[in-house]
Design a protein around this ligand. Structure first.
Ligand SMILES: Cc1ncc(C[n+]2csc(CCOP(=O)(O)OP(=O)(O)O)c2C)c(N)n1
Ligand SMILES: [Mg+2]
Length: 353
């Protein structure tokens, strides 16, 4: 038998756990200001997450999915995407959304059950958070198709988890992206868990990145705890998409250091030793180590960043808690142009008329 095709999946890692460079630093990361922006947003995301969980625990917000341990993923992808591109996020992408200009209070409103949280103040075409697993990948393929038809120089970025790669929506998006040569970048936050189902029970594939091969385009893995690697690989893939070089799939390897959501208790199924080991690889300390080696940050400046982030989170919480709740009947207002009779009756009942 002869060989008709062979494939390889590359893996990119630039910073190790101690913050030492393993590869030549990409140009974008030579600017200390850029690195400090990445660092600040990772801290902001972590502080925001902790506060959001506390709000849920005290009955002031609904179910919330933290991104603890995966900050390099959300911040890396959010920093890579250009203003004119379109982002179709999933529910663990808050860091990226903040970089896109979504207000922290809007994200809190969303998880507080207020649909106005998805009506972003800033004028962009990004999609709302997708809770149904993998549906956003197909929405993103559709947007990329529209961009292609309009001959615009823009790209679409969409994110999902490792579990989402088992859904048919994901496979369909891969197929459409390859067949139609779409300006689409699909990124997978492989945090090793789909709720309580571990990665090795999710798929027999050695990498999730290789699912791109079936679609006829490139797939690669990056160290998802290395924000420089994530930012670099995703920016490069988006450049290619904008330049008409087609789609990419990027799998970022990290670890979910938190419960799946506030409705979960991961201590029931996560091995303590594995979790301890995973903390050794977490993304924030790694970048901090690099910033310290390079003299880009002092302890005092670090402290100031942490305080500024806490302050920003507190202000957002104030705004969220002081917002007048939506009227109960608003739940009937946004799905139909003309409300069907049965729902009109229900609406009247809610309004007491
Ligand atoms: C279509 C659909 N099926 C099931 C669920 C329930 N559900 C919520 S999160 C989740 C696991 C997703 O895991 P993964 O894709 O790895 O993302 P992670 O939450 O780990 O970031 C499931 C099955 C859902 N939200 N949508
Ligand atoms: Mg997962």
């Amino acid at each position: 038998m002869s060989v008709v095709a062979t494939f390889e999946i590359g893996y990119l890692r630039i910073l190790d756990e101690e913050g030492h460079l393993l590869e030549t630093i990409p140009d974008f990361a030579r600017d200390p200001k850029t690195l400090l922006t990445l660092y600040r947003y990772m801290i902001l995301t972590r502080r925001f997450d902790a506060k959001a969980v506390a709000l849920q625990r005290t009955g002031q917000m609904g179910t919330f999915p933290s991104s603890l341990g995966q900050e390099a993923f959300s911040v890396g992808i959010g920093h890579a995407i250009h203003k004119e591109d379109v982002f179709c996020p999933y529910y663990r992408d808050h860091g990226a959304m903040f970089l896109r200009g979504v207000k922290l209070s809007e994200v809190l409103a969303f998880w507080g059950g207020d649909e106005r949280g998805s009506h972003y103040t800033r004028d962009k075409e990004d999609f709302p958070i997708s809770i149904p697993i993998a549906t956003q990948m197909l929405h993103a393929a559709g947007v990329a198709y529209a961009i292609k038809l309009r001959k615009q120089k823009r790209a679409v970025l969409t994110a999902c988890g490792d579990g989402a790669t088992s859904k048919s929506d994901f496979s369909q998006a891969i197929n459409a992206a390859g067949t139609w040569h779409l300006p689409l970048v699909l990124v997978v936050n492989n945090n090793q868990w789909a709720i309580s189902l571990p990665r090795d029970k999710q798929s027999a594939a050695k990498t999730l990145a290789q699912k791109a091969i079936a679609g006829g385009f490139r797939g690669l893995q990056v160290d998802g705890n290395d924000v420089i690697a994530v930012r670099h690989a995703v920016a490069e893939a988006l450049d290619r998409a904008r330049d008409g070089e087609g789609p990419s799939l990027i799998e970022a390897i990290s670890y979910r250091l938190c419960d799946h959501t506030t409705a979960d208790d991961a201590s029931r199924y996560v091995n303590k030793e594995d979790l301890k080991e995973a903390w050794r690889h977490e993304p924030i300390i790694r970048l901090r180590n690099y910033l310290i080696h390079q003299d880009f940050i002092t302890e005092q400046y670090d402290e100031e960043i942490q305080q500024a982030c806490d302050h920003e989170v507190e202000e957002a919480v104030e705004e969220y808690l002081n917002t007048e709740p939506q009227k109960p009947e608003s739940m009937f207002d946004y799905l139909y142009a003309k409300l069907p009779k049965t729902l009109t009756e229900q609406r009247n009942e809610v309004m007491g008329v």
